[in-house]
Write a protein that binds this ligand. Structure first.
Ligand code: PLP
Length: 396
């Protein structure tokens, strides 16, 4: 099919929920993707923080192909070595104990919410409230869009599940006023992704942890975007000297193969017994083999160090652009390889212009350019993207 045919067929047959950019992507190689007409793009979106190793990493490709040949799926009625191995890796990496594997971020958060409710109700039947933060993003299922404290994701889907409350992010006084003995969990992204790459004060999460402990509430950290080494540590909470009771992962965990997971302490996981949760596809050998390969590559290629070092370079180059275009960029923020540049105008036009010049970037929260490239990019790739962004901003 030529480009226009693909677009027409998709518009005719796919539900109209995505405001797609008008290119047809066909394949990728390392930090580059190619469209159906052969145009090459440096990829600083990476499938929205998913293609952690870029495109076509030989070890990920080999792991997926080998596992596909052996067994793609077998059901959770049986043990598999790939799943047991991944569960052990996730528990050890997080400092927590027990793992459940699903297929997406929303599913991971949905499971975490269910576990927190079960845990809370065992203490007291009214210990059910879940507090989340404004500008958060936790997914699109009914419970997770209710946890997502942004009206645009909720409108039209009422009645929403009950028992959720919202506070401003990075505002400990607001949380102190909202939390009570009825709170079973506080659920936060340690760094808000979709909401605009919002980084809390260094002492915020420590104070949240202390408040949770005071009221016997669980701390659920949604690391679906910030986790898997993106910030230069495996989990963003490791920068803040705290540990959650439950952490959720998805996006980069299997380098692009659909997967999600939540990890809990033994004390919390004990609230679940046989039959309390489940999934047909969750934790299948294909996805687990991919995730096991991603963990090995992160370690062997020292990608945590790379995310930290190249991330500093990215922030430095973005700050230089801010200095050059102070009327267009009002703030630059980031940690490792998640960075945001807040604009003084809507970002979609800039994203489109960069795409025309061969760079895929993203705009979130309306006016924040978001950069979440693969963790194995180099400073040269950063410079390539920055040169395109520079040219684009000069023309605005
Ligand atoms: C993307 C994302 C989700 C939802 O993940 P899906 O796989 O799209 O369901 C949840 N939380 C955060 C922080 C995310 O970035």
């Amino acid at each position: 099919m030529d480009k226009q045919t693909v677009i027409t067929v998709d518009r005719d047959y796919y539900m109209p929920v995505f405001a797609r950019y008008a290119i047809v992507l066909s394949h990728g190689e390392g930090p580059y993707v190619y469209d159906s007409e052969g145009n090459k793009y440096i990829d600083f979106l990476a499938g929205i923080a998913v293609n952690l190793l870029g495109h076509g990493h030989p070890r990920l490709v080999a792991a997926v192909s080998e596992q596909a040949g052996k067994m793609i799926h077998c059901s959770n009625l049986y043990y598999t070595e790939t799943q047991a191995t991944l569960a052990r890796t996730l528990a050890k990496a997080s400092g927590l104990d027990k793992v459940f594997i699903g297929n997406s971020g929303a599913e991971a958060n949905e499971g975490a919410i269910k576990l927190a409710r079960k845990y809370g109700k065992a203490i007291h039947p009214d210990k059910v409230q879940i507090i989340t933060a404004e500008h958060s993003f936790h997914g699109r299922t009914l419970a997770t869009l209710t946890a997502t404290a942004q009206p645009k994701y909720q409108q039209g889907y009422e009645p929403l599940p009950g028992g959720f409350g919202y506070v401003p992010f990075n505002d400990i006084a607001a949380l102190e006023a909202a939390i009570s003995d009825h709170t079973c969990a506080v659920m936060l992204e340690p760094i808000q992704g979709e909401g605009g790459v919002n980084i809390p004060d260094p002492d915020y999460l420590g104070k949240v942890r202390a408040l949770c402990d005071k009221y016997g509430a669980l701390l659920i950290l949604d690391e679906i975007q910030s986790g898997m080494g993106r910030t230069g540590k495996m989990f963003a909470y490791q920068h803040f000297g705290i540990k959650p009771d439950i952490v959720t992962l998805a996006k980069g965990l299997a380098g692009g193969v659909p997967i999600g997971a939540f990890i809990a302490s033994d004390k919390v996981a004990a609230a679940f017994g046989p039959g309390d949760h489940g999934s047909t596809f969750g934790g299948n050998p294909l996805a687990c083999a991919a995730a096991n390969a991603v963990f090995s590559v992160i370690e062997d290629e020292k990608l945590l160090d790379n995310a930290r070092i190249v991330g500093q370079h990215l922030l430095k180059r973005l700050a230089a652009l801010q200095a050059k275009y102070p009327s267009l960029i009002s703030e630059v923020r980031g940690k490792g390889l998640i960075a945001g540049a807040k604009l003084t105008l809507p970002g979609r036009d800039i994203v489109n212009r960069c795409m025309d010049q061969g760079a895929i970037i993203n705009c979130t929260a309306g006016d924040v350019l978001r950069f979440v490239p693969p963790l194995n990019i180099t400073a040269v790739h950063v410079d390539e993207m920055i040169a395109i962004l520079d040219k684009t901003l000069a023309a605005v």
